[in-house]
Design a protein around this ligand. Structure first.
Ligand code: PMT
Length: 414
């Protein structure tokens, strides 16, 4: 018997009617659902529909209550999860800017930034791709405990094809249940229709870390971040909720990007999102060492030659640490950059770091791997202990697509 309380906020778009199916699935699972409709939502569906489906009140008016406490405050206090589906560009904008001009937006404003929110946007493709809408989503994820279940590609009400369709109701439902499960070790992987990663949180790292020597010099490597970026772009096309942590500056994408420089910064960023992600792909080339001491000012070339040595210290192995913390339903994917004994060395890393998959690439061939637009990789898993699959030389975009297809077939299909 569930006794968790969910507030379902419905804003006005053609997908509003799909919120009825969502409410129905949640009620069948014995969750207590209270619905709030915005004025525009009521143009598409009625409060009576939700009242009937949820066996509960459906609210439309901020001042229409007969309890002592203001309605939005009481609802917030009692709720375990706030689901906003569909969320229009207008609702997202108000949410990002703290505007509270009706019952739903006032409630969102009063809702604790610690409690979970599930946001399922639906809108026309141009609206979805509008940088202001994306900036608003970024503000929301940075400030609230909000999971965004990205819209998917398909035929839209405006008779165009593109991204903007509300994610599958079944996937929104599963994500809601997953967020409600108290123990995050029970993170559920949604059962996915083919090619559909809606509801999956995917954390990807890209680029080479830079370890400062002094204010102008650093220890680094030749990773351009292209492989990681291709993975993020391809996973985004599949509808996943992406966070890309990269050493590359000023990338513009419709998903969350966090810029870092050093291994420590990368570690901090990865660890702060690891708990809530279902898939981690570490394609970043993390420096294994850093200078023991960082000089506060530029080291002069006049410095005496006998002083010119650079003691190093070890950086933490981020993936190895996370391999130990990994929960049952999380998928951990590493890359192995090897110049010799590719398969043997990659297999050792797969096992030592407790990974589900390692992508091995040869790095002494300048036509692939570091810096190139191409790669050629081998896929090794714990499941098929002695087998490796080759993805022959192709563009990094194609290689990324094939890696994700492999992950989908191997780990996500039920
Ligand atoms: O960025 P590009 O120019 O497109 O090039 C792509 C790439 C060649 C960098 C990429 O395909 C790749 O191989 N990335 C991994 C490079 C690497 O650091 O490999 P490694 O064998 O040293 O590390 C094994 C794994 O442990 C990696 O997933 C790495 O992210 C991780 N690691 C390594 C060291 C460390 N201190 N912490 C880690 O988490």
């Amino acid at each position: 018997m569930q006794n968790k309380k969910i507030i379902l906020g419905v804003s006005g778009g053609i997908a509003s009617y799909k919120a009825c199916d969502l409410a129905s699935l949640l009620v069948k699972d014995n969750y207590k659902v209270q619905t709030i409709l915005t004025d525009s939502a009521q143009k598409f569906i009625s409060a009576l529909t939700f009242k009937t489906i949820t066996y509960n009140d459906c609210y439309t008016n901020q001042f229409d209550y007969d309890i002592v406490e203001p309605l939005h405050i009481e609802m917030c206090r009692e709720a375990d999860l706030l689901v906003l589906a569909p969320a229009t560009a207008n609702l997202i904008a108000k949410m990002a800017n703290g505007i509270a001009d009706d019952l739903l937006t006032t409630l969102i404003c009063a809702y604790s930034s610690k409690k979970p929110i599930l946001l399922a946007p639906a809108m026309n493709t141009a609206m979805w791709e509008n940088p202001i809408v994306q900036a608003n989503l970024k503000t929301i994820t940075e400030n609230l405990n909000c999971t965004i279940i990205n819209p998917i590609e398909g035929q839209l009400a405006c008779r165009t094809e593109g991204i903007g369709k509300l994610a599958e109701v079944e996937n929104i439902y599963k994500q809601a249940v997953s967020l409600l499960s108290k123990n995050s070790s029970n993170l559920q992987l949604p059962i996915l229709p083919e090619g559909e990663w809606s509801g999956l949180k995917v954390l990807i790292t890209a680029g080479g870390t830079k370890e400062p020597i002094d204010p102008v010099r650093f220890l680094g490597n030749r990773s351009s971040g292209k492989m990681g970026l291709a993975l993020a772009d391809e996973a985004y096309k599949k509808g996943a909720d992406i966070i890309l942590i990269t050493t590359q500056k000023a990338l513009k994408r419709n998903y969350k990007i966090i810029e870092v420089e050093t291994a420590h910064e990368l570690q901090k960023a990865v660890e702060s999102y690891f708990d809530t992600c279902q898939i981690l792909i570490m394609s970043a080339a993390v420096s294994d060492f850093r200078p023991l001491q960082v000089f506060a000012s530029k080291v002069k070339k006049s410095r005496s030659e006998s002083d010119w040595y650079l003691p190093l210290t070890k950086n933490p192995d981020i993936l190895e640490t996370l391999g130990r913390l990994k929960k049952e339903n999380q998928i951990l994917i590493g890359f192995a950059a090897e110049s010799d004994n590719l398969i043997q060395n990659a297999r050792k890393k797969l096992e030592n770091k407790k990974l589900d998959l390692i992508v091995a690439n040869q790095v002494d061939n300048t036509e692939i791997g570091f810096g190139s637009d191409y790669n050629e990789v081998y896929l090794l898993t714990q499941k098929d202990n002695s087998e490796e699959i080759i993805l022959p030389k192709n563009t990094k975009t194609q290689i990324a697509f094939q890696i994700l297809e492999f992950v989908q077939d191997k780990f996500l299909k039920c």
